[in-house]
Write a protein that binds this ligand. Structure first.
Ligand SMILES: Cc1cc2nc3c(=O)[nH]c(=O)nc-3n(C[C@H](O)[C@H](O)[C@H](O)COP(=O)(O)O)c2cc1C
Length: 186
């Protein structure tokens, strides 16, 4: 390989396209977020980086709860809309059907096959963005998407975000924590 220095930038190869749900003054709001991942195993935690200017931030600060919702590929238009328009300008509460789970203040988008209910564990001020670490209070998954007690990627049909575009998950190429066993020293 012939590497070229591209300069510092917030790059990651692929990211999930998620919807962050938060109640702002009692009303559900959903925003698209791709800068999100798992943060801890025990206790289970996830994290998402939110620009301080987001309307969503007001709701998270108000309730100290939020949700990460995994939209399906067939909701790509609604998902992108939630990333184009701010709740400060437009009421986004009707784009998805809202239900509530354990925490009561983290709105869950019923049309998304997986909803992750979170209680704010901490927030790190990184500069333009706040990194919210959320302790997972509950995972709600659609019965038809569960295989062996876990959401099945093929059935959930999640949206992948990369190169300013939305993608579908491709074919499985091997098994994790297993493929490496075939490794032989050169
Ligand atoms: C694909 C995509 C990914 C995005 N990821 C993030 C993100 O991770 N963090 C963030 O702060 N904004 C992100 N945005 C921008 C927000 O979704 C956008 O500013 C939105 O209007 C904020 O909504 P709100 O003001 O109602 O919270 C993303 C937008 C798109 C289209």
């Amino acid at each position: 390989m012939d590497k070229i220095a591209l300069g510092p930038m917030p790059y990651m190869s692929v990211m999930p396209a998620l919807l962050v749900g938060a109640n702002v003054k009692g009303k559900p709001n959903y925003m698209t977020a791709a800068w999100a991942t798992v943060a801890c195993m025990a206790p289970p935690m996830v994290c998402v980086a939110l620009n301080k200017a987001r309307f969503t931030v007001k709701g998270i600060e108000e309730n100290k709860t939020f949700s990460l919702n995994v939209p399906m590929a067939n909701h790509v238009v609604e998902t992108d809309h939630c990333g184009l328009v701010s709740g400060a300008q437009e009421d986004k509460s009707g784009i998805f059907t809202t239900v509530y789970g354990k925490l009561k203040t983290a709105p869950l988008a019923a049309e998304c096959p997986v909803n992750i209910e979170c209680r704010v564990f901490s927030s790190v001020d990184c500069g333009s963005h706040l990194l919210y670490v959320g302790e997972v209070a509950e995972i709600h998954a659609d019965r038809s998407c569960i295989v062996d007690g876990r959401p099945d990627t093929g059935k959930c049909d999640p949206i992948v975000y990369a190169q300013s575009a939305y993608w579908r998950v491709g074919k499985q190429i091997d098994k994790a924590f297993s493929a490496g066993k075939k490794y032989r020293k050169k």
